[in-house]
Ligand binder design. Structure first.
Ligand code: GLN
Length: 470
């Protein structure tokens, strides 16, 4: 889709204006953007050619855009207009992309519901009574509803791959260091990744082609050459070795999801793949979420200490500097963020650092060691991206602390612990709503990830899925 659009130069302007108008109309139903951007000005200065020539795109609102409001979904940044573009914005613009929206997100990218954005929740295009998932929910909704063929997201725990599952699209979190993070408002730096949503594997290949590459302004950016992902795309499964994530499969409680997943594994086998079940230590599985929370909250607390109304953010009144900071932070953040800062601060107290933060880092290493064992033998680790379709907006029925929930709904964080490439692709539908399957591959082996993803896309036939918003 992106390729055809980019080649269709004559219709570039009309296409982008149409996308913008569609975004404006759908905004009322989906609330998926924080800022809509009339593309007329960008269209005047469109460069010639490019992988994204005249292709409308959306950015998650934690991507800095020069002169355009960038809120990260938080009230405290509701007046923040950056003076520079993130590296990926520069790159995409050079390729001819046209930005039509800054998409809704969970506040500061914390959360998995998109209910915590200061402009209200974004709604699922397949069923507006349901969540998009988060934190990159607005970006996912804009792709799933057919407004744009690609939208940028960020993923610290599963924030691209979970909404991709709930919205029936492809969600890619490439290897740590593959895409520059310069100019992205951080959450937890050792886990943060930039990624994106598309509606097909081909588009996922082209997008990474445009986004990947070394950036001297991001010290975690890799020097590794960027392969020709699309040129290397090949869905032949002969000789591929696939490991089913046994702990996740066993913890599934939804029979429809179980069956759908089993059928898909069988189909991959029929195409020549060797499919086995791989088990992680159950202890480590249970430790996954607490480990994530500790590392993420500690890093977030440190990263966001500058959001105080003085250095950054909306300033509240106060008689002293301290009072201004306290008032600004109290009013500026929602309850979930404040809770996480309390946990983060506690983990960072000098007397707690060894027994909490550093211990979590050690457990993270043990988990990655197990993943390395698995990927030493297999090309990819695969599991459903969630037990169920997107929850209803008011759903509080699930026991989020049950062992099963902990495992099934949080396993994708392994891609952040390791930094390895991980992607969700559509797997099937339940009650008219989509659900995805997730695969994680070796570091910098996006080629294999796309190839297996392509085979899945061919098996399911779910390519260019677009929700008709009612
Ligand atoms: N849902 C996870 C959280 O609550 C993941 C967020 C993310 O990946 N940004 O933090």
């Amino acid at each position: 889709m992106i390729q055809e659009m980019a080649k269709d130069v004559v219709n570039a302007k009309e296409r982008c204006m149409d996308a913008y108008e569609k975004a404006v109309t759908l905004q009322e139903k989906l609330n998926d953007a924080i800022t809509l951007i009339d593309p007329s000005e960008q269209l005047e200065t469109l460069p010639e050619g490019g992988l994204f020539h005249g292709v409308p795109i959306a950015l998650k609102d934690n991507v800095n855009t020069k002169g355009i409001l960038t809120t990260a979904g938080s009230r405290i940044l509701s007046n923040y207009v950056p003076v520079y573009d993130a590296e990926i914005v520069t790159k995409l613009k050079k390729e001819g992309a046209v930005i039509i929206a800054k998409a809704s997100m969970d506040e500061l990218a914390m959360g998995g519901t998109n209910l915590t954005c200061f402009t209200g929740p974004s709604l699922n295009p397949w069923d507006t009574n349901r969540m998009t998932g988060g934190s990159s929910g607005g970006s996912a909704a804009m792709v799933a509803s057919g407004v744009v063929p690609m939208a940028i997201g960020s993923d610290t725990g599963d924030s691209i791959r979970k909404p991709a599952s709930f919205c029936g699209i492809v969600g890619v979190k490439p290897t740590y260091g593959r895409i520059s993070r310069y100019g992205i408002i951080p959450y937890a730096s050792s886990l943060d990744h930039v990624g994106y949503f598309t509606r097909s594997i081909e588009d996922a290949c082209i997008s990474l082609q445009a986004l990947a590459g070394r950036d001297d302004r991001d010290m975690t950016s890799s020097f590794k050459e960027v392969p020709d992902y699309l040129g290397l795309l090949n869905s032949d499964m002969n000789g591929k070795k696939i490991a089913i994530f046994g702990n996740v499969q066993d913890a599934l409680t939804n029979p429809e999801t179980k069956e759908m997943f089993a059928k898909l594994m069988h189909a991959l086998e029929e195409r020549g793949a060797k499919v086995d079940v791989f088990y992680f230590s159950e202890e480590l599985m249970k430790a996954m979420l607490p480990t994530y929370y500790l590392i993420a909250n500690c890093e977030a607390t440190s990263n966001h200490s500058n959001l105080d109304g003085i250095r950054f953010g909306v300033r509240e009144k106060g008689d002293s500097m301290e009072e201004i900071m306290i008032n600004s932070r109290t009013k500026g953040f929602g309850p979930l963020i404040r809770k996480r800062f309390v946990i983060g601060s506690y983990g960072l107290f000098e007397e707690n650092q060894d027994k909490l933060f550093r211990k979590a880092q050690k457990v993270r290493r043990l988990i990655v060691n197990e993943l390395n064992k698995c990927l030493g033998e297999y090309d990819c680790l695969i599991a459903p991206a969630s037990n169920d379709i997107a929850p209803l907006l008011n759903d509080t029925s699930r026991d989020q602390l049950s062992d099963g929930y902990l495992i099934v709904e949080n396993h994708m964080v392994i891609g952040n612990f390791s930094g390895y490439p991980s992607m969700t692709v559509p797997m099937g539908f339940e009650e008219g709503c989509p659900i995805g399957v997730n695969l994680t591959c070796k570091a910098f082996d996006e080629v294999t990830m796309f190839n297996i993803g392509k085979a899945i896309e061919e098996i399911t036939g779910y390519k260019d899925l677009t929700a008709e918003v009612k």
